[in-house]
Every structure is written in structure tokens, then in C-alpha cells.
Design a protein around this ligand. Structure first.
Ligand SMILES: [Zn+2]
Ligand SMILES: [Zn+2]
Ligand SMILES: [Zn+2]
Ligand SMILES: [Zn+2]
Ligand SMILES: [Zn+2]
Length: 240
């Protein structure tokens, strides 16, 4: 969506409030909150705007007035005062969009989505859980288990799990690899590999020479096709 359209839509919903309290403060339909960029946001306006953007397939938000101020999903939800039900409904729309995998992960505690803009540390804070518990609540982006303090997590497979989770799905309708994840771990040694999309689904692991099927993850010896597409692999002790 072009920047102009983005702003026009925000104007239409009156997302940004004029500065100063003004008449109407205290009126529930005029509830407002302050975003991290400093702008004052109308709760009702934000709700309509977010729904309109999601309806157009947009799943990343930013301040309509500050071009470089991202509003992460958890902040949008806090500003919009979304109820659990509304939030869950909007999150279903987010997850239905191709390409949101790498930036959204479900908190194991509240089951709501947490967004991040780029791969970073695995320890991921959940704003909602932290607010409710009045302390910092984090979980692991890889294994999706609780991560209460910075030192207490030692599953060496979690970075690999995060990479497997974040990998987009292959979009190649004429290939037999269509809708497989674009990264697989070798079933024997867990080396990460992707398919060139040329040739058959069978691949050879460059690390351990294990030959397996990229679709069903069965070993090539005795492999029967057609085969189902196996789910994303679970390589650490947590949940997918
Ligand atoms: Zn702003
Ligand atoms: Zn949470
Ligand atoms: Zn982990
Ligand atoms: Zn291998
Ligand atoms: Zn197979």
C-alpha cells in the first residue's frame, strides 16, 4: 500500500488525535492512548483502522504520522484496548497471511501473538503477560516455552527450531515441493537444508550423506510416492 493511501486511511478513521485534551475527554467513545512515538491515538479510530488494514492483507503497522515509527502488534493491541476475543479474531487474520511466519510467534502463556521485526535474541517478551503479571514475562522464540530469567534456558536446538519455524512456505504451484517449508533439517544429523526446486523431492544431506525425501522426510531407501508433506519438524524439547 502506498504511503499516501496509508495516511488517507488513517485520516479517514481519525487514528491520530489532535494534541491537547479538548472537550470529550472522559467520554468512552473518545478514549485515547499514547503511542511509543509520542503521538496520541484514538482507541475507536485505531480499532477501525487496524481492521481495515488487515482486511487488505496488511500485517505490519506503523504510526501514520511518523514514517519510521513501527507499532508492533503487541503495542497496537495495547493502544486499541482489544479484548481477548477481538484480539484472537484479528490474529487469525494475521496468521492467514502468507509471509507472517517469520515475524509473529504465539506466546505459550496467553496464546496471543507477539511480533518482532527482525531475527534477534530468542528470549521474547510478551507485553500482555508482563502487564498482567506485573513483571517481565518472556518465552523462547524457538521452543515456545517460558523463559523466566536470562540465564535459565539451555536448549541448544532452539536457534534451529526458530529457523525452521520462520522459514516461509515454498510457493511453486507446478513443483512437487509446493507448500513444503523452505527449510528442512536432515532427519539424521539436523543440518539445515533447502531444496533447489529442481529434480525430484529426494535430497542428499551434504553433512552426513543421508538421503531423504524433502516432502515426507522419510529415508530414500524404500520411499513410496506420492507421499504426504510432513509438518515442520520439532527438533528441540518445546512446542512448535
Ligand atoms: Zn507517531
Ligand atoms: Zn503472553
Ligand atoms: Zn527454547
Ligand atoms: Zn545429515
Ligand atoms: Zn516423500
Amino acid at each position: 500500500m502506498a504511503s499516501g493511501q496509508w495516511q488517507a486511511l488513517a485520516e479517514q478513521f481519525q487514528v491520530i488525535c489532535p494534541s491537547g485534551g479538548g472537550p470529550g475527554a472522559g467520554d468512552p467513545s473518545k478514549q485515547r492512548g499514547q503511542a511509543s512515538c509520542g503521538h496520541c491515538v484514538s482507541v475507536a479510530g485505531l480499532q477501525g483502522w487496524v481492521q481495515a488494514l488487515l482486511d487488505q492483507g496488511i500485517t505490519s503497522f506503523r504510526c501514520p504520522r511518523c514514517p519510521d515509527a513501527p507499532w508492533l502488534w503487541q503495542e497496537v493491541c495495547k493502544l486499541g484496548l482489544f479484548s481477548d476475543e477481538i484480539r484472537a479474531m484479528l490474529e487469525t487474520q494475521i496468521l492467514a497471511q502468507e509471509g507472517t511466519r517469520a515475524s509473529y510467534r504465539q506466546c505459550p502463556r496467553c496464546q496471543h501473538l507477539v511480533q518482532r521485526l527482525e531475527p534477534g535474541p530468542l528470549r521474547t517478551p510478551c507485553l500482555l503477560c508482563s502487564q498482567r503479571a506485573r513483571r517481565l514475562c518472556c518465552f523462547c522464540w524457538g521452543c515456545r516455552t517460558d523463559w523466566p530469567d536470562a540465564s535459565a534456558h539451555a536448549d541448544l536446538h532452539c536457534p534451529l527450531q526458530a529457523a525452521l519455524h520462520d522459514a516461509p512456505t515454498i510457493q511453486a504451484p507446478r513443483s512437487s515441493l509446493h507448500s513444503c517449508p523452505s527449510l528442512r533439517a536432515c532427519p539424521r544429523c539436523h543440518a539445515l537444508l533447502s531444496h533447489t526446486l529442481r529434480g525430484c523431492p529426494l535430497v542428499l544431506c551434504p553433512e552426513c550423506q543421508c538421503s531423504f525425501c524433502y516432502r515426507c522426510l522419510e529415508l530414500s531407501r524404500g520411499h513410496v510416492s506420492p507421499c504426504p508433506i510432513a509438518d515442520r519438524q520439532l527438533v528441540c524439547g518445546g512446542m512448535q
